[in-house]
Design a protein around this ligand. Sequence first.
Ligand code: AHM
Ligand code: MG
Length: 357
Amino acid sequence: MERILTIERHILDTQREHPLATGVLSRLLYDIALAAKIIARETTRAGLVNILGSAGQTNVQGEEQQKLDVFAHRTIFRMNDHTGRLCLMASEEHEDIIPIPDKYPCGKYVLVFDPLDGSSNTDVNGNVATIFAIHRKITPGDQGQLDDVLQPGRDIVAAGYVVYGPSTMLVYSTGHGVHGFTLDPSVGEFLLSHPDIRIPAKPKYYSCNQGNERYWPAGVRRFVEWLQAKDDPVRKPIDARYSGALVADVHRILLQGGVFFYPGDLRDPAKPYGKLRLIYECAPLAFLVAQAGGYASDGLGSVLDLAPHTLHQRIPFFIGDRTLVEQAERFIQEHDGEWVQTYSAVRHGAPGAAARA
Ligand code: AHM
Ligand code: MG
């Protein structure tokens, strides 16, 4: 029989391979796994809200029900605010950076997270997910500052996601490969189910919201035609899948190969950057996919090299199989001069470029 390995054991084993590690990062990762179990418990009850009370209402026990994304945000915050491991947090659910309360000690790491990505999927019992990344504190002093959050993905220390689906899965990397764990609800443990994930060499799916195709720059439209092998009867087209939850789609790409993209467009020339957020959505996934042998780009270059200029900055996002993502970059270079020029002007932080839409 295969060895059964819990996430706690896996984190500790990885730590042992690095004699200089102090264990702080290991304990931080374990706290995130614990928060994920609490969020998983709540997401599986989401279909019962009409019976047990919806957000803002009072349930049968007289407790106020919370929206799931607010619940997920608070769970992660409360699990990490007092441990002395973090100096700062930032979340999609919070406009500003989140300091550690004065009464608790500060630590040397920074946690950024999207507590419940794709939360509109809960209405249809679809997948939702938590995304996170950990950075080292780089500013002087005890308390963290905005600059600690505005670090490029290249400097991420650890990142991961938890996808709440038919099973709950946690996938993480500390820069030594990507490892996936499945929650066994009967014992409440994440067990190693997908060691050392590598993106399969043969791409199986492309994943995008094709309903927006008419708004896309010509190069992105050309890319989809190429994926569909429209002008090449010999090459086999790639199948399409889209769930409306970024992590579910990227998870499929990680396990089965292919490409996910949410491009920019010129519907509003002041916002050529698309929908997804750099710091807590794109960069952590770019870090993971790079560890699994893939590549992520904003259409012009590596997402991991982008130094964020605002907390909720959005970018165009292409992620997955390196060959496919580079093909998208080539089509964009070839066909989308106007878009490239407009996006390049805001890519590194023109004033007001990434205001929260
Ligand atoms: P959210 O952070 O508000 O949940 O939005 C992010 C989600 C992603 O999970 C998903 O890939 C995308 O939005 C779907 O957007 P669209 O409905 O435009 O296709
Ligand atoms: Mg999100």
